[in-house]
Unconditional design. Structure first.
Length: 519
């Protein structure tokens, strides 16, 4: 079933296995993909002497297989055939069970995972073509390995369409805790851990496990600005840490990047990987998957405290927390996120094949989404609040050439309609005539820009009316020793290349202040 070249690569990956890993295949005798799954697992088992396959035949056994370590359950289960993007999730599950893999969390995160109150029965519905699904599956698999009270199951929605329909799912990855949906869309270990702590609670960590880290410079945020700031600080010989939810930040959500000078074309995921590689080339302490709980910036020693009790202390702090997708802020928006309202056409667009959708926003992101969706949907309608589209002309011309794509400017979305479980349409007002019209849509993709991630410093720093952090030409803020760079700051034009330059500028300003005795 698996290509010979792929199997050879898998053999290389599994050559270092030291633990006996087995797949427990359940066979209820009536699933049409049973033979295909059996062949798939037999191919994998042949890649290492440490791998084996066991079969359990029961009339009520669920289709799929579990991963065992030295004959004991790991809490990892796959209901489906993890091909496509989920093939990596299976390979990592095996490596992680053996104690290998760069995705394994550090000691501080492992303590938080182990402290989760259990039992927790989790399942994630995925599409094998979804690029965001593996991040969620792999993070929850790791949690199951660390905390024996956690069980996680990946479910291929394509093989269990009846379940998907019954749950009225219109987006992936969709994570359920028992019967409650707790997450949909992009996610990483830090984000999912935050949600599980909130839902299930945690046992109190021993006070002795609280840790203080001291550095010359602490960079908060791992996107282009934060990475640039950390690299420039390290090149000055400073002891620097970067504390972030994820390296790459919002860049991870960008599909294609063609305006990063000297790099004609790349993807968000590739650029994020390149940013991490650059960080690893220097003696920079990287603390990823961190969620900041409080900050204290007014004194000589700045303190950044993360969930789990870690505190980062430094005389200089560079805030580079970036921005997040802006919401419509309309009634019922939260109800229909993942059930008709989406932010990523690449992940959720396939659910709307042959159906009518809307895109809200006429900038580059909006027009790119509309063009992509026009290739799979029966009709796409774009609504732009302003009187003109803000996208690059090449995108506008392409969109206008598509016969199943309409564009409305001066269009204000005023209401979201649904039946309680699924979005059914929008109300949109023509701003030139004040006439309001209701439209029927199966799905809506929101692309109206970004909002700065500045809430964590709202009580410590002055913010602009747009809640950005005001900075001068040198990235200095109103508080000595605190600098801001990138999309969270008032610097105009939110672009990757600009964020990188601002991060470098903030680091140089911090170094200059250190040399002049300001810090």
């Amino acid at each position: 079933m698996l290509d010979k070249d792929i199997l050879q690569q898998v053999k290389t990956v599994f050559a270092s296995l030291k633990t006996r890993i087995s797949f427990l295949l359940t066979d209820n005798g009536n699933h049409g993909s049973q033979a295909e799954l059996t062949e798939f697992l037999n191919d994998l088992v042949g890649c290492s002497e440490q791998l084996s396959l066991k079969t359990r035949s029961e009339a009520d056994a669920p289709f799929g297989f579990s991963v065992l370590r030295e004959g004991e359950p790991t809490g990892i289960h796959f209901r489906g055939i993890p091909n496509g993007h989920e093939f990596t999730s299976l390979l990592l599950a095996v490596l992680n069970a053996d104690g290998q893999g760069k995705n394994l969390p550090d000691a501080a995160l492992s303590r938080r995972i182990a402290a989760l109150k259990t039992p927790l029965d989790l399942r994630t519905y995925v599409s094998l073509t979804c690029t965001n699904c593996p991040d969620v599956v792999q993070a929850l698999n790791v949690m199951a390995l660390i905390n024996p009270g956690i069980r996680h199951e990946m479910v291929d929605g394509g093989l269990f369409q009846d379940e998907v329909d019954a749950l009225k799912l219109q987006g992936v990855p969709a994570v359920f805790l028992g019967d409650e949906q707790i997450h949909i869309g992009r996610g990483d270990l830090g984000m999912l851990l935050d949600k599980l702590e909130e839902k299930a609670g945690s046992h109190e960590l021993p006070e002795a496990e609280a840790v203080e880290h001291r550095f010359d410079v602490v960079v908060v945020g791992g996107g282009p600005a934060g990475t640039s700031a950390a690299v420039y600080s390290a090149r000055k010989g400073l002891n620097v840490a970067i504390v972030a939810e994820r390296i790459g930040g919002q860049v991870n959500e960008t599909q294609g990047i063609e305006n990063l000078i000297s790099v004609p074309q790349t993807t968000g995921r590739q650029l994020s990987a390149d940013l991490l590689s650059h960080l690893e080339a220097y003696p920079i302490a990287v603390f990823a998957n961190r969620s900041i709980s409080s900050v204290s910036l007014k004194g000589k020693e700045k303190r950044i405290t993360a969930k789990g009790g870690e505190t980062f202390i430094a005389p200089a702090v560079i805030i580079a927390t970036g921005a997040k997708w802006r919401r419509l802020n309309l009634e019922h928006e939260d109800t229909y996120i993942g059930h008709g309202i989406h932010f990523c056409q690449h992940c959720d667009g396939p659910f709307y094949k042959g159906r009518k959708v809307a895109v809200i926003g006429g900038g580059n992101s909006g027009m790119e989404a509309a063009i992509d969706l026009a290739g799979i949907c029966s009709h796409v309608t774009v609504f732009e609040f302003a009187d003109t589209l803000r996208a690059d002309n090449v995108l506008i011309e392409k969109a206008k050439s598509l016969p199943n794509l309409d564009i409305h400017t001066n269009a204000q979305t005023t209401a979201i309609h649904g039946n309680g479980s699924q979005l059914t349409g929008l109300s949109v007002k023509d701003r030139t005539t004040d006439v309001e019209q209701q439209y029927d849509f199966d799905g809506v993709f929101v692309q109206i820009g970004l909002a700065p991630n500045s809430d964590l410093v709202a009580d410590e720093l002055e913010l602009s009316p747009r809640r950005e952090i005001p900075v001068d030409a040198t990235c200095r803020t109103s508080v000595a020793g605190v600098y801001a760079a990138g999309d969270v700051s008032t610097v105009p034009y939110k672009q990757i290349v600009i964020a990188m330059g601002e991060g470098a500028k903030a680091a140089l300003s911090a170094f200059d202040d250190r040399m002049r005795g300001v810090l």
